[in-house]
Write a protein that binds this ligand. Structure first.
Ligand code: ATP
Ligand code: MG
Length: 331
């Protein structure tokens, strides 16, 4: 059975893009994979986080994942900092990865913007730690949204260079599993920017804890253009906001974009937005209410994470100890 590793940063409440790009896929992959899911708190602090908020968000995300259908008994769910093997391998991979490779990472450029000099060194080397997260478990498949494609190519380059530099065949190749639809959900305020839980505007995203009123309001206010919906999918690329809403609808309703346009093409955004709100409410509201129920018992959520960390450690520890031996650390 192939081993899956995937992570999400506890930087806020999971948003619709996290759900459609990653979490929904995680739930499905549990059927025929050995899965390790991680709340990557060490990645979260690459951008300053209020400590109390970080603790709370780690629990809230755990609740959303459980409410979405992650099974923490058949699989593993834990927070990254609880397993020190990530940090140890992360350091070794900092020494394998090349500055030239990191310089090409577009996410750093997007997140740092023009103010590059004032960002943490952690934000810059983050893709090396992400490679370590995967490689500490010798995971072979990583389900992610499209925005992580480049980081996974880098992880493969690092794995290959490690094998080459130390003359071993130790780390396996890593395959990115990117869903065919809605792999990049865009902001509701700007169809050219991806939806993110760390975007300063809460109006830019649907959060997986939103209630029906909040969803309806955000969709009503979502940016659109003045034309009715096209009937031909070829007209969508030039209209990023329309395209985003149609793709979200298609992903939630299990339809193709062409099917959605066959049904709604020619309509104004008013009726389409109301149909979109209905499918969103159908998916999000049950997850939101189960999340609230789980958050009433934070002790239980902490126990889930602690038990997950113990089982994660049992897999990662021998792998990372062997890496330390291979690079020549005296044991
Ligand atoms: P942040 O803004 O803090 O980076 P984020 O919303 O980008 O938060 P991450 O924790 O970085 O979320 O990513 C978790 C998973 O969700 C990754 O697999 C990522 O590819 C996926 N993902 C994030 N945003 C989107 C999106 N807009 N569409 C599809 N998938 C996404
Ligand atoms: Mg992100």
């Amino acid at each position: 059975m192939q081993r899956i590793f995937s992570g999400i940063q506890p930087t806020g409440i999971p948003q619709l893009g996290n759900y459609l790009g990653a979490i929904r896929n995680w739930v499905a992959l549990q059927r025929d994979h050995e899965c390790i899911f991680c709340l990557v708190d060490m990645h979260a602090i690459t951008v300053w986080q209020d400590p109390a908020a970080l603790r709370q968000q780690t629990l809230a995300q755990t609740a959303v994942l459980l409410a979405s259908g992650i099974d923490p008994h058949a699989h593993i769910l834990f927070n990254q900092s609880a397993v020190s093997a990530h940090a140890r391998l992360g350091w070794i991979l900092n020494c394998v990865s090349r500055l030239g490779w990191l310089n090409r990472m577009t996410q750093f450029k997007d997140k740092a913007g023009k103010d590059r000099e004032n960002h943490s060194a952690g934000l810059y080397v983050y893709p090396n730690l992400m490679a370590a997260d995967i490689m500490a478990y010798k995971a072979t498949r990583v389900p992610v949204g499209d925005d992580q494609r480049q980081h996974l190519e880098l992880a493969n380059d690092i794995a290959q260079k490690f094998n080459h530099d130390y003359g071993v065949d130790f780390f396996p190749a890593i395959e990115a599993l990117i869903p065919p639809g809605a792999a990049r959900v865009m902001s509701l305020r700007d169809g050219t920017k991806k939806m993110s839980k760390s975007d300063p505007s809460a109006q830019s995203r649907i959060e997986m804890t939103d209630d029906a009123d909040a969803i309806a309001l955000k969709i009503r206010r979502a940016k659109t253009d003045p034309e009715p919906l096209p009937t031909d999918p070829a007209d969508l690329p030039a209209r990023p906001e329309a395209r985003n809403l149609v793709e979200i609808y298609a992903a939630l309703a299990g339809m193709t974009v062409a099917d959605v346009l066959a049904r709604h093409g020619g309509e104004g955004f008013g009726p389409f937005k109301s149909a979109l709100t209905d499918v969103l409410v159908e998916t999000v509201v049950p997850i939101a209410s189960e999340t609230r129920r789980l958050l009433d018992d934070p002790e239980h959520l902490q126990t889930v994470l602690r038990e997950g960390a113990t089982r994660a450690r049992a897999i990662a520890e021998p792998v990372v100890s062997e890496v330390e031996r291979l690079v020549g650390f005296l044991k």
